[in-house]
Design a binder for this molecule. Structure first.
Ligand SMILES: C[S@@+](CC[C@H](N)C(=O)[O-])C[C@H]1O[C@@H](n2cnc3c(N)ncnc32)[C@H](O)[C@@H]1O
Length: 450
């Protein structure tokens, strides 16, 4: 008989196989499945836990399972993911008894495969239950041990150790395995942060004011998507570190601002709010569909000073005259290693060569928007990654190519406990372990007057 928990596990297995084998985005697919699946909030919680947890620990689960699967020459992808998901529950979740995990895995195997699949699943999981899993402590090489323990690619762990040292890397990898509380931004033209906090607390939410932005709130407990404040466009979901961008740019009402890589519009709308919905924010993104997302977000938040369009940031000189903008934001396409906590699939999909390919795009975009900025204007460069090549090195090289620019000192404008993360005046590198936020890089480049 098919039970509800079977349905949740089958959905989780379907999503894991899709993300793991075909490269889908976990956060998009999980949200869509929950919206379409009519799950209770408890089942939605289990589905999220199973997908994110299994993905986050994929390499460790594989290391644990390897001795038990040695004899099997070829394993069908969904069977492999079913075993990962089952061992994840047996070894890492306390609340589900092993026999329940085992029974459900065997019944899914029977339904999706055949008798042989079911007996293979049964045999592997019973052996895991009987013998226990091996410890990653046996791995001699410290980088490899850290990579397996925290399921990060070996090359990435080595790269981070070279760039930031072992301790910072270890702390980053461990933090990437932990769930992060969501943060939201209040639309200040419609509601004050104090009012939002009062209403959320009244409705049983556990919240905390963000140190990154006077509009930010951290949601420790409670589902914001179902709350009136979110549904009525009075708050929007945004990572705290991303809120620093508009805070540091600090645009004024009536100014003209360019957001060159803007979708889905998190920072565009924050900039517009800072400008009190006066003046214009020109928001571009390469993809037409994505430009639509910016308009959607602006509508939801009732912001009307945003002009969103699909356009290649490397061609914006065809569209705008030189020295048009008071401020320019390049929130560049990047490798995204700062957001592994909320998007674990990034660990497995991005390759080292992507970093170099993306850096070329970042340089092109930066070089191209430079003439569009007015004298004394600010160019804000940010990425949601942790990598020197895309961050501080990119800024150093930019300054060499563009002597008309200098970095602006903004150390005193970031939370006190993060000030030591300013990389020798080149920019601020936030690591995921620093605050309840994504890893992020931001810098301010001032165009000097001639
Ligand atoms: C980090 S995301 C931007 C996030 C956005 N600023 C926000 O806060 O919501 C980078 C964006 O750059 C876009 N992009 C990539 N190459 C581009 C290009 N050549 N011109 C314009 N946009 C580009 C991507 O489609 C992606 O949406």
């Amino acid at each position: 008989m098919k039970t509800m928990s079977n349905t949740v596990r089958e959905s989780a297995l379907y999503l894991l196989t899709r993300v793991g084998e075909e490269g889908g985005f976990s956060h998009v697919l999980v949200n869509r499945e929950i919206e379409n699946g009519q799950f209770s909030s408890q089942d939605a919680g289990l589905l999220t836990e199973l997908v994110y947890g299994t993905l986050q620990h994929r390499d460790l689960l594989d290391y644990w399972l390897e001795p038990f699967m040695k004899k099997q020459k070829k394993i069908t992808p969904w069977v492999k993911w079913l075993l990962y998901m089952s061992v994840y529950q047996m070894e890492m979740l306390d609340r589900i008894p092993d026999h329940a995990v085992l029974n459900e895995a065997v019944s899914i195997s029977k339904r999706k495969g055949h008798k042989g699949t079911a007996s293979f699943t049964n045999a592997v999981l019973r052996s895991v239950q009987r013998e226990g899993v091996r410890s990653a402590d046996e791995i001699e090489d410290s980088a490899e041990r850290l990579a397996i323990r925290t399921s990060h690619p070996y090359w990435l762990v080595n790269r981070w150790i070279d760039q930031y040292g072992y301790e910072t890397t270890e702390s980053m990898c461990m933090t990437n395995q932990l769930r992060m509380p969501e943060s939201i931004r209040v639309q200040p033209l419609l509601l004050s942060r104090a009012e939002a906090v009062t209403e959320l607390e009244r409705d049983g939410f556990e919240v905390e004011e963000s140190r990154f932005s006077s509009q930010g709130i951290i949601v420790h407990e409670g589902n914001i998507i179902k709350h009136r404040l979110f549904r009525e466009g009075l708050v929007t979901i945004q990572d705290q570190s991303s809120m620093l961008v508009a805070e540091l740019m600090n645009p004024e009402p009536g100014q003209t601002v360019l957001d060159a890589c803007a979708a889905p519009g998190g920072k565009t709308t924050h900039i517009s709010e800072k400008m009190k919905n006066e003046g214009t924010v020109y928001a571009y993104d390469l993809h037409k569909k994505k430009a639509g997302l910016i308009r959607e977000k602006a509508n939801i938040l009732r912001l009307t000073n945003i002009h969103a369009e699909n356009y290649d940031a490397r061609k914006l000189q065809d569209k705008h005259n030189n020295e048009t903008f008071d401020h320019v934001l390049v929130d560049a396409p990047c490798s995204g290693f700062g957001v592994i906590r909320s998007k674990p699939d990034i660990k497995y999909s991005k390759k080292e060569e992507d970093i170099y390919r993306l850096r070329e795009v970042q340089d092109h975009i930066l070089d191209h928007v430079v003439p569009l900025l007015k004298e004394n204007g600010l160019l804000v460069y940010s990425t949601c990654t942790v990598d020197r090549h895309e961050n501080d090195e990119a800024v150093r090289d930019f300054l060499k190519r563009h002597p008309a620019f200098e970095t602006e000192d903004f150390g005193d404008k970031v939370p006190e406990d993060l000030q030591h993360r300013v990389v020798s005046r080149v920019g601020l590198q936030i690591f995921p372990q620093d605050a309840d936020s994504d890893g992020f890089f931001v810098t301010l480049l001032r165009k000097k007057s001639k």
